[in-house]
Write a protein that binds this ligand. Structure first.
Ligand code: ZN
Length: 147
């Protein structure tokens, strides 16, 4: 597939997630939550994570997000990737996503639709938009290590 086709396919995926964000619902009190803002773009997210400590599994994720399409689409893609996964699996995904947007080596197979955001590596101000949801996740589950 040519570079051009990849680009337009990725744009379609981003637009789809922006128009029809996945996993939007009303969370209850069992969800851990975290709020984060990206002042450079004006993006805001409140992320809700339903984490089962016994099973070490993320049972559900939902969010309220406002901001640019990169931020909104990224949160939707992230929710798809994380639901049903363990903390360790999610740590690996976060590592690979972070590597992708900062131009380091990464594993495409782990990233699902989030691969469509690879272009932000060429637009440094957008990196914070793409990673805001991931940082909110780490904050919500009390993971102190920084991305
Ligand atoms: Zn943004």
């Amino acid at each position: 597939m040519s570079y051009f086709n990849d680009e337009s396919m990725y744009r379609e995926i981003i637009i789809d997630h922006t128009k029809n964000p996945h996993n939007i619902k009303k969370p209850n009190d069992d969800y851990k939550k975290a709020y984060l803002k990206n002042p450079s773009c004006g993006d805001e997210i409140t992320l809700y994570v339903l984490y089962d400590e016994k099973e070490n599994k993320v049972k559900d994720i939902t969010y309220k997000v406002s901001g640019c399409s990169i931020c909104c689409a990224s949160a939707s893609m992230m929710s798809e990737l994380f639901i049903g996964k363990t903390k360790e699996e999610i740590d690996k995904i976060i590592q690979n996503f972070n590597n992708m947007v900062t131009g380091q080596e990464y594993d495409e197979d782990m990233l699902g639709d989030a691969i469509s955001l690879k272009g932000v590596v060429n637009v440094p101000p957008r990196i914070k938009c793409a990673t805001l949801g991931y940082k909110a996740f780490q904050k919500a589950i009390g993971d102190s290590h920084e991305m």
